[in-house]
Design a protein around this ligand. Structure first.
Ligand code: PLP
Length: 521
């Protein structure tokens, strides 16, 4: 069973949300702009979802529009503020000169500010509000800059660390200032009370797929009286605030989730989330003695744990967890492909070893006790596997000398091609380059020789004697380490060295799966 603990990246879609989406696709499929019966039924679903959002967000007034997600909401807010500034500047009125964002904001915020600042030709200064080691905004710095600020962007809770911002403290600093305030509420929704109206927040974007609704649906709240410019013009949908026929399946699903948030059956109360966290903290501590948390638990969401283990780079830990069927991540999902140390942890000033070893474990507010029980047991099993087969050299293995210059040769072999070789009576030599503790937790689905990448230099010598026509296919979790091994063997003169494209994660070949690679054997 897969244990999914990466809720801050995205969540599965709840059954009640799937049912609501299915109902509007199959039954209430009218266009909510149509005035006939089918349209009116769809309109009722739309209005019901919006009303639930207003109740849950504490936003009885102001604009509340459905968007494609938080990134779109952030663009709309940035465009709205900057366009109003440009109009004032063009009318000869004085405008503030700075756009401020928290140093640990999601990339969508600073990138949107810079983008619209450039597109509208405003040339304002875009500055990061520093954060302390606890991940919270430096309010003294903010106080010193607020007089020059046209816009201030501070997330409610951080996606990588779970750190909860001091929104009341920020509101106090902003009181009396003309700066417009954006609060990214993506990670807070369902876990914290945002009290948008009471705190005089001007803009608040939200995302459905972080809260058990599908991807491609979100919300933007805009305080009554705050500047607003639609991002898209067209058929006048959403009262002219966001053109384009509404994503009714997404809206219905999000509406169902928001309604569930008002009850107590689906989403756990704070006390239960805290007890889940306590148990995970205990299991992690037992599995990995010396582990440190990268943000203070008392000022973080109960559902997010960001930690580092001395001597174990994130990559090693992620491979270990993945082999145990536990899905966690090294930081934000958008940054995962870059595999760089986290900007968020660096902004907090954490030591390099902590930023290079960081792992984020996040569960959702609808996850039950059974999942947490299973997660704790698996985490302990990870610790045992590591003690039984310790990491040989904590650093990831690198070839002794770069095999090639310029673009790296593609060594991928499509899973379908490997299947053909296996079926054709000339099976290749299969080599599993995952570390011993990964192989112990999750034996490969293919009979393969074990040669962990950390000891590859010794193993390479043995394969040099292979006949030139013998095909060697390396296996690992995602295909990356296997590709390193295949390139190293090619550099030693054996041309028929490949890696299983997509790794063991995609094996056996799924029926109907698109072919991921064009390389042939
Ligand atoms: N803000 C935060 C804090 C996030 O975690 C995310 C998602 O990663 C976003 C914004 C972007 O949301 P979306 O995927 O809906 O565009």
């Amino acid at each position: 069973m897969e244990i999914y603990l990466d809720a801050n990246a995205t969540t599965p879609v709840l059954a009640l949300a799937r049912a609501a989406a299915q109902a509007v696709m199959a039954d209430t499929y009218g266009n909510p702009s149509s005035v006939h019966g089918s349209g009116l039924k769809a309109r009722a679903v739309l209005d019901g979802a919006r009303a639930a959002a207003r109740r849950v967000l504490g936003a009885p007034s102001g604009r509340l529009l459905f968007t494609s997600g938080a990134t779109e909401g952030i663009q709309t807010a940035a465009l709205s503020v900057l366009r109003a500034l440009r109009d004032r500047r063009d009318a000869g009125q004085p405008i503030a000169t700075q756009l401020l964002y928290g140093a640990t904001e999601h990339k969508a915020v600073p990138e949107a500010l810079k983008h619209w600042n450039a597109v509208l030709g405003l040339g304002l200064e875009v500055l990061a509000i520093p954060v302390g080691q606890d991940g919270r905004h430096d309010l003294d710095w903010l106080r010193a800059h607020v007089a020059d600020a046209a816009m201030v962007c501070t997330m409610a809770a951080n996606n990588e660390t779970g750190v909860i911002s001091d929104l009341d403290g920020i509101a106090a600093v902003l009181a009396g200032s003309e700066a417009l305030w954006l609060v990214d509420g993506v990670q807070a929704l369902g876990k914290l009370q945002l009290r948008l109206l009471e705190r005089r927040i001007d803009y608040a974007p939200f995302s459905g797929h972080k809260l058990y609704a599908p991807k491609g649906i979100g919300l933007l709240y805009v305080r009554e009286g705050a500047p607003f410019t639609p991002l898209a013009a067209g058929g006048g949908q959403e009262d002219g605030q966001r053109a384009g026929t509404e994503n009714m399946a997404g809206i219905a699903a999000l509406g169902a989730v928001l309604q569930a948030l008002e009850g107590t059956e689906v989403f756990a109360p704070l006390a239960r989330l805290l007890s889940h966290r306590e148990r995970l903290v205990a299991a992690l501590g037992e599995a990995f003695p010396g582990l440190v948390f990268n943000a203070p638990l008392e000022t973080s969401l109960p559902t997010t744990l960001n930690f580092s283990v001395p001597g174990l780079p994130s990559k090693v830990l992620l491979n270990l967890f993945d082999a145990a069927g536990i899905r966690v991540s090294g930081g934000s999902a958008c940054g995962a492909a870059r595999a760089q140390p986290s900007d968020v942890l660096q902004a907090m000033g954490l030591p390099a070893w902590q930023t290079e070893s960081a792992v984020r474990l996040s569960f959702g507010a609808a996850d039950g006790t059974a999942l947490i029980d299973a997660a704790c047991a698996r985490l302990r099993a990870c610790g045992e596997a590591l003690r039984a087969a310790p990491v040989a050299g904590a650093r990831a293995w690198q070839p002794a000398a770069p095999a090639e210059t310029g673009e790296e040769a593609c060594v991928d072999m499509a899973a379908a091609t490997l299947q053909q070789l296996l079926d054709g009576g000339q099976p290749p030599l299969l080599v599993d380059v995952r570390e011993a503790y990964e192989q112990a937790l999750q034996p490969a689905a293919l009979a393969a020789q074990a040669a962990p990448l950390s000891g590859l230099d010794d193993a390479l010598a043995g394969w040099r004697a292979l006949p030139a026509e013998r095909t060697v296919v390396f296996l690992c979790r995602s295909g990356q380490r296997a590709a390193q091994a295949a390139r190293a063997l090619r550099a030693q003169g054996h041309a028929r060295a490949f890696s299983l494209a997509g790794g063991l994660a995609l094996w056996p070949v799924q029926a109907g799966a698109p072919v991921a690679s064009t390389a042939t054997a």
